[in-house]
Design a protein around this ligand. Structure first.
Ligand SMILES: [Zn+2]
Length: 291
């Protein structure tokens, strides 16, 4: 396995926690700082599932935490994820730079910051009041809101889209994306609709309907990292379905899980539950086989 280029910027040096510096040793990539709470989307009541109506209390009752990890283009173990040799040479373009990510734990839900070089993408924005915590995740990667070029909302629920307006007040350079079918339920005007297949920041947008009609996941096939939003939950190192009552269409969601299970990825990041790092596709396949 060829060593990947390690970012030498001050940004990466400031990434003090959970930096995966030893290539291929995926077991060292544990980025979790606190136990995840398996909670449903809009868990306090179904009425809180509406757009931009996040519970203002939930952002302050728990100290948000953030952790950072460098995604391994991992060729260890039995993973089928492609190696990174073709992009291993040094280059100036963001696409050739190592992917790092940080998790913002926002009470019962997580948002994520993905970074390549000095460019960042935010996946989901948490409940209302989460913008500062997401800003801390950017800072953990040595970045700030001016580095954010993309904001992807996996779906319209208030614990994922709740801080979109506050985030966009600071992420003035960013384009916002969400699934076309969810746009009407998000209280933000300038969103680029996704239907699946789009390329964002080197990630492919995946139409993963079921939890909501317009639910989107994103995957970097090269790195092998899937951000699944609420299309997959995790619990105790296993992949899981979320509580049925928060799903628009359970059967459609299962179809989406099966489609994701057929993909190759090492790392899985979800809205509710801890990340799974290393062999995550097999973990999702196990869930798919059980459905
Ligand atoms: Zn949800």
């Amino acid at each position: 396995m060829a060593p990947r280029p390690v970012p030498l910027s001050a940004a990466s040096r400031q990434t003090r926690r959970h930096f995966l510096g030893d290539f291929g040793k995926r077991s060292l990539a544990i980025a979790v700082l606190s136990p995840a709470v398996l909670a449903a989307c809009g868990s306090d009541s179904s009425s809180s599932d509406g757009s931009a109506s996040g519970n203002s209390e939930s952002g302050s009752t728990t100290e948000p935490t953030s952790s950072t990890t460098t995604a391994a283009t991992d060729d260890s173990g039995e993973s089928e994820a492609p190696a990174n040799e073709e992009t291993g040479e040094t280059g100036d373009g963001a696409a050739t730079q190592e992917l790092r990510w940080a998790r913002a734990e926002l009470d019962f839900v997580s948002a994520y910051v993905l970074a390549r070089g000095n460019s960042a993408a935010i996946i989901d924005t948490g409940v209302s009041g989460s913008a500062d915590a997401i800003g801390q995740s950017l800072a953990d990667l040595g970045l700030n809101y001016s580095n954010v070029d993309h904001v992807v909302l996996t779906h319209h629920h208030g614990d994922h889209a709740g801080s979109i307006a506050a985030v966009m007040e600071q992420a003035v350079n960013a384009t916002v994306y969400a699934g076309e079918a969810d746009l009407d339920s998000i209280s933000f005007d300038t969103i680029t609709g996704l239907v699946g297949g789009e390329d964002i920041f080197g990630f492919e947008a995946l139409a993963t309907p079921g939890h909501t009609a317009g639910h989107m996941a994103v995957i970097d096939h090269e790195v092998g990292l899937l951000v699944a939003g609420d299309a997959i939950f995790t619990n105790g190192g296993a992949a899981a379905e979320g509580p049925e009552r928060f799903f628009d269409d359970v059967e459609l969601s299962r179809d989406s899980i099966r489609e994701m299970a057929a993909l190759s990825f090492n790392t899985l990041l979800v809205g509710h539950g801890d990340p799974i790092e290393g062999g995550a596709d097999a973990v999702v396949a196990e869930l798919a086989d059980s459905l």
